[in-house]
Write a protein that binds this ligand. Structure first.
Ligand code: AMP
Ligand code: GLY
Length: 417
């Protein structure tokens, strides 16, 4: 089978690495890809925003499965265009991608389906949102409704900070994403991510991970897209996974089907595990990055067979087997990230992959034959071994073997406490 992978980040490099190892995959192409993905797949010059061109490529080249990595093309409807052309696609329709694309939509669905989540209000003007904050007090959470590249959430410890966040949203800081605001109860507990695959009818758990959102050690500094991850998530026991599947994921899949917008793809549930059990913080409709990297290091089953089963509504026929060993990913980012950073800094050495350590590329490019950093998050050093202490030792040995003066990383990924 010819598989086309859409995307260019560390998540997609990990997916390509795993797909390449599937006996079902005879040809793997990626658009637009990156220099790391190029080692696993043929890169094709296709613009994922040009759905007609993607469909034409699939028809011309006999693509049997399209795997969409990032959320943007999904929210833009790439899965609808492919499905309309009869091409199996892993990733939800535009209507189902609203689970990530609109926080207000997801909160309403949770309320209707009785899914445990923070109490909330939806507002289209600042006065209404501020009146809600005045009634409830702080701490409270203010969110832009739409996609805001991870920057649309403010956990406000005071009423003043909440009001400032409301003003920022409505003043256009997040463009159309901020035209509506969701104000939420502040939840306490431990955060963890649960991944589940759904084929429109049913869902199975597909691994857990803990990510490290803050830029610096000890969870300090600004929020980022993620500076590292560990799988399995220490906070999610098998019993908690079962509970979250029963109370959160399966009711969501049923509600989406009942609305006529069945969800096919991966549901990434951001959970808060507190005294009331798991509660939903938010959904993403794609794999996490760098969470995907640690999941792929632990998945023992054939990824292509599983993703094809999701795409064709046959999830009940497959099962996912996982290594019991933990995996971590340490992100190497450009100095300055998530703020401004220098572009095209030279990466002089990337250590070779071994059985235990695999390095996935994110924001890299080849300029005149030399590897340079082009993005905020640039390399993901992953390791899998018999214990958390061993994966940390292996991963950080490899991190130190990277020769890239323009980069920085956290030294506490996977560390307890
Ligand atoms: P989100 O983009 O919705 O995942 O929010 C980003 C981060 O804000 C989450 O990972 C949490 O740390 C925090 N957060 C979001 N919603 C809440 C909430 N209702 N209570 C406490 N923290 C929250
Ligand atoms: N690592 C967080 C995300 O992918 O959204």
């Amino acid at each position: 089978m010819h598989v086309l992978l859409i995307g260019s980040g560390g998540r997609e490099h990990a997916l390509a690495w795993k797909l390449r190892r599937s006996p079902l995959v005879s040809r793997l192409t990626a658009a637009p890809g990156n220099p790391g993905i190029a080692a696993e797949a043929e890169l094709v010059a296709l613009d994922p925003a040009d759905h007609a061109a993607v469909v034409a490529f699939c028809r011309d080249h006999g693509v049997g499965l399209v795997v969409v990595g990032p959320e943007q093309p999904l929210v833009a409807g790439i899965a609808d265009a492919l499905a309309a052309a009869g091409i199996p696609v892993f990733g939800p329709s535009r209507a189902a991608a609203r689970l990530e694309g609109s926080k207000g939509f997801t909160k309403d669905l949770c309320a209707e389906a009785g899914i445990p989540t923070a109490a909330y209000g939806r507002f289209r003007d600042a006065a209404g949102a501020k009146a809600h904050v005045a009634r409830t007090g702080a701490p409270i959470v203010v969110k832009a409704d739409g996609l805001a590249a991870g920057k649309g959430v403010v956990v406000a410890t005071t009423v003043e900070a909440a009001n400032a966040a409301i003003d920022a949203c409505f003043s256009g800081d997040f463009g159309a994403a901020g035209a509506e605001v969701v104000v939420e109860e502040f939840l306490t507990g431990t955060e963890a991510s649960l991944f589940a695959l759904a084929d429109g009818e049913t869902a199975i758990p597909f691994g857990t991970a803990q990510d490290y959102k803050r830029a610096f050690d000890g969870d300090t500094g600004p929020n980022t897209g993620g500076m590292g991850a560990i799988s399995p998530a220490p906070a999610l026991s098998a019993a908690l996974v079962d509970e979250a599947m029963a109370t959160i994921v399966l009711p969501t899949v049923r509600a989406m089907k009942a609305r006529g917008t069945p969800f096919r793809g991966v549901l990434y549930a951001g959970l808060m595990v507190g005294p009331k059990g798991p509660q939903l913080i938010e959904y993403n409709v794609r794999f996490g990055d760098p969470e995907c990297q640690v999941l792929m290091r632990r998945l023992e089953s054939d990824l292509a067979a599983i993703l094809l089963a999701v795409a064709t509504g046959r999830l009940a026929e497959v099962a996912a087997a996982w290594s019991p060993e933990p995996a971590i990913a340490v992100v190497l980012a450009s100095k300055g990230y998530p703020g401004p950073f220098a572009k095209d800094t030279p990466i002089r050495r990337v250590p070779p992959s071994s059985e235990g350590v695999v390095v996935f590329h994110a924001g890299t490019a080849l300029k005149d034959g030399a590897l340079v950093a082009t993005g905020g998050r640039v390399l993901n050093v992953t390791a899998r071994a018999e214990s958390v202490a061993a994966v940390r030792a292996d991963a950080y040995d490899a991190v130190r073997a990277v020769d890239w003066p323009g980069g920085f990383w956290r030294s506490d990924i996977g560390k307890a406490g």
